[in-house]
Ligand binder design. Sequence first.
Ligand code: IVH
Length: 709
Amino acid sequence: MTDSLPLPFDQDSPDEDMMANPYRKNPPSEFDPVDTLDEAEAAEEVERLVEAIDFHDRRYYLDNDPVISDGAYDRLFQRLVDLEEAFPDLQQKNSPTRRVGAEPLDELEEVEHTAPMLSLDAAFEREEIEKFEDFCRRNAVEASTTDFNYFAEPKFDGLSAEVVYENGEFARAATRGNGTVGEDITRNVRTIRTLPMRLNADAPPDLLAVRAEILMPRSGFQEMNKRRIERGEDPFANPRNAAAGTVRQLDPSVVARRPLDIYFYDILRVDGADFSSQTEVRDALDGWGLKLDDHTTYCENVDEIEHFYRSIDEERETLDFEIDGVVVKIDEFDVRRVLGERSRSPRWAIAWKFDPKQEVTVLRDIAVQVGRTGKLTPVAMLDPVEVGGVTVSRASLHNIEELHDKDVRAGDTVRIQRAGDVIPDVVELVDAADPRAEPFEMPARCPVCDTETVREGPLHFCPAGISCTAQLKGHLIHYSSRDAMDIDGLGEETVTDLIEAELVEDIADLYELTPEDFLTLEGFADTSAHNLYESIQGSRSAPLDRFLFALGIRHVGSHVARLLAEAFGTLDDVRHADVDALQATKGIGPEIAQSVRDFFDSPGNNEVVDRLLTLGVEVEPIVGAEADGARPLEDTTFVFTGSLDRFTRSEAQREVEDLGARATSSVSGNTDYLVAGDNAGSKLDEARERGIDILDEEAFVALLQDVST
Ligand code: IVH
């Protein structure tokens, strides 16, 4: 490595310099009022805030070792928001406040990469690695050293991207595309919190282009899918699809809410520095504050490579991100140079992919499964076959369009594949049976409850909802969830046990359960049985919007439920509204209108709703102000700070907006109320200073109720 460029190994020096920055420690609880600062003072403070927030982001997201409290962090962040609001010219291109998103675009632009992004040759068998090793060893003789190592690391199963820093500042990011030209995803990548906006170096390179993989961690993926299901949206099939769909999103604020992560593994181009090995490259990346994965090792020969390959394969399921093999690279760059590159891939590296986990078998029949949201999925019933150590006898055909595209029919021989945790797929037809069966068609009626199915694009649904037993479990969990009827203590496990014990066949049965019934289930004692009984009994009354939401009608999330409740006022009116009337409601499109109509057209659903009412469930009508669409909070401005128990920030904002108020992000002379939840930040101090009315959550809820009646 040359000494022409101060490399990040002396990373401590910028930290030391900046130790003077007071915002690296706990920030003051009060700041000088924004309007007492002149532009120069504000500029200086913005600089300090940005530097400190970057520092705290690094401690929190990369080192998992925060040095200040969340509340203190929020205060710093809010201070920056306030300063940028008062002095808009001072907002930096890479300000932390820009990481929450930007205006949506119509399309992504094309960008040329700083250097071509090569691909890797793939190997599947040990013999191919032996060939690679043999080739490297023979050719390395020409290099100054024959003593070299293989550096082995996981092959991330995400999206490859180029990330560019100019003078240490994050400048842009692009997808791999065709290797030369990719798509500009700068605004989306900016929202990834583990990505530093500024390199940790006092004299960063003029230009640094690094190669990274963008992933969605499994944990975040599961959590996100759960929320999607709860909101009545379709879940993503796997983390890779979710990451791919997210990275190319046109609306960065959507991206900001999705749990992406980024790992770096290579330098595409760096001006003014020279590295002599992968090891040095990694040290540099690490020093600059770019995130690396540590499941790496050095190998000297094929046996060691194979050992690593097998152990990572075993460990695979325990990693928080998906990998599809290992990458083996020669560590020493002088050896790499001797070996050179092919047109698309280097000769000094190879990807050893894990078993594709594909197998060929006979498809005996096609069954139809009804999921918990009522979606009908065609499922291939297979001659059992072992795929990657697991016996598979069923595989998904997803929907009728995919099934017809692949044109697989009963009796055909098909290729199936198992990828990650997800259920196996039918990949393609291998051999058609002779004579062939008729093409498969989806049933006109739900195979579980016999209700006529409905089609939406390529998908079929059973609209019976709560009266279809296949959907019961999901519906019971949804019905009792916090934003629905809020039945404390009725979790997934108890719901499963209740269904298995045949104690409930629909939602209404919940209200006929006795403490004795719970005592027959595992894990219940007198007190817990009694408590659950009480919380079910206590859930008998709910405002119309919550009740509508609780019914789990397709496309009716809590927001739509509220719109319906406000427009129609009573359950009876919603129930009997025709599609036109439903569609005439603000925010309700044809798809939702039809879904509501379908739900209430089903005799089974009506029966359950009637029984709920007979068993004493009281649905409170929405009357007066709300129903009239009146705006009792017109000309009132709210600011929210800290976290509330009963609402997310956006739900709370919507509540007040629905009543005609405005919700803004910072406290000013126009603010009427500050709603302060837990860990309220600097806005609280500011509101106190200005003598603004401060509401805690309880007072806020009371105010909402007050103005709504
Ligand atoms: S090194 C010169 N290391 O796999 C090629 N690539 O099949 C440098 N990938 O497009 C690539 N994990 O996006 C390298 N640890 C890793 C990787 C990795 C995933 C991707 C990379 C490339 C693809 C090649």
